[in-house]
Design a protein around this ligand. Structure first.
Ligand SMILES: NC(=O)c1ccc[n+]([C@@H]2O[C@H](COP(=O)([O-])OP(=O)(O)OC[C@H]3O[C@@H](n4cnc5c(N)ncnc54)[C@H](O)[C@@H]3O)[C@@H](O)[C@H]2O)c1
Length: 253
């Protein structure tokens, strides 16, 4: 079914592509024949990703940019134009949990959470909208939210609020652009064993989580990436405006 992904050398922009879920998404999309336009603030991580993709025969162009900086975001459509790559999709993946409750979340951190987790997606989607609307057989946007947008967890106010905002953003764009062939969907991963998470030293779910998770384990980045790649692809040609939890059943219970 995913042989019909429709990427065929077309470009998919992936933000936060230097590590974790973004890097896994870049690798899955590259394997499906997309030309990955990898965006990140981490230049070294982008170089490593580009080498891995080149090693597997996948096409990749990297753009170093801070997505909380408007002038950096404005450079991205120009970089895409100059590359000559025709855009098919966009994966808005950048986001970080500042892990604070309201008393510890000062206004400066609140603004940083908004800028990184929500405004970055708005700015880049807006900047790439003309290219996405012109995409062959219809464009696709996938926004990476979180289970924090579906069920409350203590001490994550900025994260839960911005990730919930991303779901409204998804539905709104899906409704506004369905008649122009642009699909917009969201995924809500549960805890995923990226290097950053593994470095925190939580290799196994705690006892109280184990019986709520498929196989009693957290997700691997590639398992989340597969869901993102599916929604980005033509295999999901009649799916728009949905929120797909990729959480081992966590929020179903
Ligand atoms: N890992 C999880 O358990 C988990 C669970 C649910 C949702 N998510 C979401 O998935 C997405 C990816 O998470 P991850 O765990 O893979 O993250 P990660 O920290 O492993 O990687 C994030 C990448 O984004 C880049 N980045 C951060 N700020 C940036 C900025 N301003 N401009 C450009 N690049 C920037 C980083 O350099 C890094 O390469 C995030 O939106 C996160 O909220 C992750």
């Amino acid at each position: 079914m995913l042989e019909k992904s429709g990427f065929d050398g077309l470009g998919v922009v992936v933000t936060g592509a230097a590590a974790g879920i973004g890097a896994a998404t870049a690798e899955v999309l590259g394997g499906l024949g997309a030309h990955v336009l990898a965006i990140d603030i981490d230049a070294d991580g982008l170089t490593e990703l580009a080498a891995r993709l080149a090693g597997s025969g996948a096409a990749c162009t990297v753009v170093e940019a801070d997505l909380t900086d408007r002038s950096d975001v404005e450079r991205i459509p120009r970089a895409v134009d100059e590359s000559g790559i025709v855009i098919k999709g966009l994966v808005n993946n950048v986001g970080v949990n500042s892990r604070r409750s309201i008393q510890d979340l000062d206004p400066e951190q609140w603004d940083r959470d908004l800028a990184r987790n929500l405004t970055s997606a708005y700015l880049l989607t807006r900047a790439l909208l003309p290219a996405l609307l012109a995409a062959p057989r219809g464009g696709s946007v996938v926004n990476v939210s979180s289970t924090h947008a579906l069920a409350a967890n203590p001490a994550a106010l900025g994260y839960a609020t911005t990730k919930s905002g991303l779901l409204g953003f998804t539905r709104q764009l899906a409704a506004e652009f369905a008649d122009r062939g642009l699909r917009v969907n969201a995924v809500c991963p549960g805890l995923t064993m990226t290097t950053r998470i593994a470095d925190r030293g939580i290799p196994q779910p705690q006892e109280h989580l184990r019986d709520r998770l498929l196989g009693g384990r957290f997700a691997e980045p590639e398992e989340v990436a597969n869901g993102i790649a599916f929604l980005a692809s033509d295999a999901a040609s009649y799916i728009t405006g949905v929120t797909l939890p990729i959480d081992g059943g966590f929020t179903a219970r």
